[in-house]
Design a protein around this ligand. Structure first.
Ligand SMILES: [Zn+2]
Length: 386
């Protein structure tokens, strides 16, 4: 918990009020529950062109002001993860509540405060610069916390088809650790999952020479995979990590050896490696131990990186000026929708509030943070579109 939490909060804070209005809408993934309509209504009043792009059961919002380049996009999601056991929360997860200077509610940090800050920053920017050069847009999906197949990736496809090119993209995911502003992300690792099935021969435990126990066969493979150094990372990425998330074999009785074993695993990989290289190395480890197996692969995201450029400089400078913090730049943590936007050639930087309580019971955020985020986003608009 934040030791510097304030005891009083400015109740006239428009960003905080909008964040609360969004939290009140129980937009459990993939249901947007009217969040995008609320955002669209505010932006339409500023002269944004509004498009609702629905793919499958997913609502997406694309809203843009201006026709010329450069195009600066703020990207995020209106969906939230389920609250889990609501009774375990101090306050109802969809009744935004301020206590001890903290804003409580599902989505407070991930990422309705960022969405509110996008909107109020756009309002302030248009009020100051009604004739701004270039374009500013918001890309909001309600399919980030779910399978992410009908969300940002589809909107990006639609934009590409009509040659609408993004120059700069700020993703409002909660990137900060101890204090909002301490961390921005200029890339993310890739994610590759596998589900292996290893086939043995069932038999009586008393006659092991007549059976082939896949648990025993797999033991040295688990040892080898977990001891492997896949890479050492590089200047921008930490080393690739391998984790086993499930290991299962069962015969139904204590005197039978199982005939099949299943193992689920995941790589978070750096830009030093490709999914194909990782797959080949895993297969060669299995082959070396003469296993009979199948592996189903799911490469859900490639690593991306914005190593340098105007956007990274501007975001760092805006955080320094508005929050008086020198942010560290990192690529760790989970994947984000930035993975769908970066391949278009856009510069992508992620900046948002603290992530300590995201996806947890009693998700909360310093109640001053929505306003702080708004100031940083406004500064980014002013520095890139002048
Ligand atoms: Zn998020």
């Amino acid at each position: 918990m934040n030791c510097c939490a304030p005891t009083s909060v400015n109740m006239d804070d428009a960003t905080l009020e909008l964040a609360k209005a969004l939290i009140r809408r129980p937009s459990i993934t993939p249901n947007d529950h009217g969040c995008q309509q609320l955002i669209a209504a505010r932006l339409r009043a500023l002269g944004f062109h509004v498009e609702n792009l629905r793919f499958g059961s997913v609502d997406n919002l694309w809203t843009r002001r201006g026709d010329s380049a450069p195009l600066l996009v703020f990207a995020g999601h209106s969906d939230v993860v389920p609250p889990g056991d609501s009774a375990a929360w101090k306050y109802d997860p969809f009744t935004p509540t301020i206590d001890g200077g903290m804003l409580y509610g599902r989505g407070a940090a991930d990422m309705k405060s960022s969405l509110a800050a996008f909107v109020t920053a756009a309002e302030a920017f248009v009020a100051r610069r009604p004739d701004h050069p270039g374009s500013v847009a918001l890309l909001i999906t309600s399919d980030e916390e779910g399978p992410a197949v009908d969300g940002t990736v589809k909107v990006i496809d639609a934009l590409r088809r009509r040659n609408e090119n993004i120059d700069y993209c700020v993703v409002g995911e909660p990137t900060s650790s101890a204090r909002t502003g301490d961390t921005i992300k200029n890339g993310r690792r890739g994610s590759l999952s596998g589900r292996a099935a290893v086939y043995g021969v069932q038999g009586h435990v008393a006659y092991p020479h007549l059976a082939a126990n896949p648990v025993h066969q797999m033991a040295p493979v688990v040892q080898a995979l977990t001891a492997t150094e896949w890479d050492t990372g590089n200047e921008h990425f930490p080393p690739t990590s391998f984790q086993i998330t499930r290991l299962h074999a069962d015969s139904g009785a204590v005197n039978i050896t199982p005939e099949r074993l299943e193992m689920d695993f995941n790589f978070r990989f750096s830009s030093q490696l490709t999914p194909e290289q990782l797959m080949a190395r895993v297969r060669s480890t299995f082959d070396k131990h003469h296993l009979h197996y199948d592996i189903d692969w799911n490469a859900s995201g490639l690593p991306y990186l914005t190593a340098a450029g105007p956007l990274l400089d501007v975001v760092k400078q805006a955080v320094r000026e508005e929050l008086d913090i020198d942010p560290c730049v990192s690529t760790d943590g989970g994947t984000s929708d930035g993975r769908f936007i970066a391949p278009t050639g856009a510069q992508v930087v992620e900046f948002g509030p603290t992530n300590e309580t995201i996806h947890k019971v009693n998700e909360c955020l310093d109640a001053r943070d929505p306003h702080r985020l708004s100031r940083v986003y406004l500064s980014i608009m002013e520095k890139l579109l002048f």
